[in-house]
Design a protein around this ligand. Structure first.
Ligand code: 2HG
Ligand code: ZN
Length: 480
């Protein structure tokens, strides 16, 4: 089937948009359109008449105004790394375009006095971090896809990742946003202020709303001091309860220095080691549970190493730590992190992963993991229990995986519903969230309706109608 379709009303969409962005910045041949209508896991495949690549906010505004006038649906796209199908159109086709922010990749300003970085939306997370570092500062958002994901996508999904424990998620890391509304008007909130109580904080509407209310075109990000010291250990623990106690101890001993605290189950570790070609484990045995702990500080490396050592020794004496491997060099640090960050791609490669991205209060997370595991194994006894993630902030990726001898499709068809309802339902009953950091997209849209209150859903609908009355911007994402 063709990835692109001609418009349903003989509208020359590509021609009109090419006149705004330039012929080179508008694709309409099916083979060119194909990568932009397929999500990176190749689960969602949609259709679009064209893909446009504006390079300025003015061009985005003119594209939106034209699409609004002609009832053309616009699906905004950053690095296309969404796990929830949030950045690709659906398969209906018709008058639909993808608007890619990929050409809007200018770093607009670095202000080391105000500690802010102003970027266009298409700047990759990697480039934003590099620009900050060049100025001797840290932009602290850290996620595995940093080479391809873009700041606009990070904002529109309120991205989290591995350093939320210390620095918060994207919502906490932004001071100002510029966004183009569905009718082409520009919301100019590109301010670098830490205090501004002048009415509603409208930028928050565009953060986490997955491109359904406006298209983020630029942002002012917060910069932090660049850590000078970094100490990392992979630690074997008996179970998640021991991991939580170890985290408490680490926070008491090292306070703010505790930057990351990632849980990894044995099946997750086994999978990623195989995926990476059978790399050796830094630990001598194969423990049931591990945590990857990272401390960072602006002080001396030796002092931080000693602090981590002390936390591990105390943990060992209290029976919380069974074994630990401390990274002795930068290449160890990178190798340890690789084991954690490649788990997601290892699952994508294997196929047949039931993605549950849940959060619960930290005080209940150990009990949650135990109860959810038991429930999953009741319905899918052979599933590989790939459980990992940002336990330090209460978020686990609870992703039961097909057994090696069961085809992906068969596993998903048989177990997806029961497993995801069991895990999400339990998370909800624990006062948790069914999507801690991956958003809703289309994948969790119908599930969300089960768990959100009627008033909350109605308010969301009202906000959507107020900003996008024609339902032309990323329709069907987040809300039906
Ligand atoms: C991670 O923490 C990402 O690695 C992806 O959020 C998680 O694939 C996943 O479920
Ligand atoms: Zn994650």
């Amino acid at each position: 089937m063709d990835a692109s379709v001609s418009s349903s009303s003989n509208l020359d969409i590509a021609g009109a948009l090419a006149s705004i962005v330039g012929a080179n910045a508008c694709l309409s041949a099916p083979a060119d359109v194909e990568p932009y209508v397929t999500d990176y896991r190749k689960i969602y495949k949609g259709r679009a008449a064209a893909v446009v690549f504006p390079s300025t906010t003015g061009e985005v505004s003119r594209v939106m105004a034209w699409c609004h006038a002609h009832d053309v649906v616009v699906v905004p796209q950053g690095g296309n790394t969404s796990l929830m199908g949030g950045a690709v159109p659906d398969a209906r086709g018709g008058n639909v375009i993808v608007l890619s922010l990929a050409r809007m990749k200018q770093v607009l300003a670095v202000d080391v006095v105000n500690d802010t970085l102003t970027v266009q939306a298409g700047v990759t997370l990697h480039a934003a971090r590099a620009a900050a570092e060049e100025a001797g500062r840290l932009f602290p958002l850290r996620i595995g896809s940093e080479g391809s994901c873009q700041i606009g996508g990070n904002l529109s999904t309120n991205a989290g990742g591995t350093a939320v424990l210390r620095y918060g998620n994207m919502r906490d890391l932004v001071l100002g946003v510029e966004a183009v509304l569905p009718d082409g008007r520009i919301y100019d909130g590109l301010r670098g202020l830490r205090k501004d109580n002048t009415g509603y904080d409208l930028k928050q509407l565009f953060i986490g709303s997955e491109g359904t209310l406006g298209i983020v075109t630029a942002a002012v990000l917060k910069l932090m001091p660049l850590p000078r010291a970094r100490s990392v250990a992979l630690v074997a623990v008996s179970d998640p309860a021991a991991a939580v106690s170890l985290l408490q101890a680490a926070k008491e001993a090292a306070g703010q220095a505790v930057t990351a605290f990632e849980l990894i189950s044995a099946p997750a570790m086994k999978l990623v080691r195989e995926y990476l070609g059978g790399v050796a484990s830094p630990l001598s045995a194969n423990p049931a549970w591990m945590v990857l702990v990272e401390l960072t500080s602006g002080g001396a490396q030796e002092a931080l190493d000693a602090q981590l050592q002390q936390v591990l020794e105390d943990g060992f004496e209290r029976g919380l730590v069974q074994d630990a491997a401390v990274a002795a060099s930068l290449s160890d640090v990178e190798a340890f992190w690789r084991l954690r960050e490649e788990i997601s791609d290892a699952q994508t490669r294997t196929g047949g992963s039931i993605k549950c991205d849940v959060s619960v209060p930290l005080s209940r997370i150990a009990q949650f993991v135990a109860e959810a595991s038991a429930k999953v194994l009741e319905v899918a006894p052979q599933a590989r229990m790939v459980i990992y993630g940002h336990m330090g902030d209460g978020n686990v990726h609870f992703n039961p995986l097909r057994p090696a001898d069961v085809p992906a499709r068969e596993f998903l068809d048989t177990h997806y519903e029961a497993v995801s309802h069991a895990v999400d339902g339990l998370a909800h009953s624990y006062g948790g969230s069914i999507s801690a950091e991956h958003g809703i997209g289309v994948a969790k849209r119908d599930d969300m309706r089960r768990y959100k209150g009627a008033v909350e859903l109605e308010l969301m609908q009202q906000v959507k109608r107020a900003l996008d009355p024609k339902n032309l911007l990323n329709p069907g994402k987040v809300l039906a």
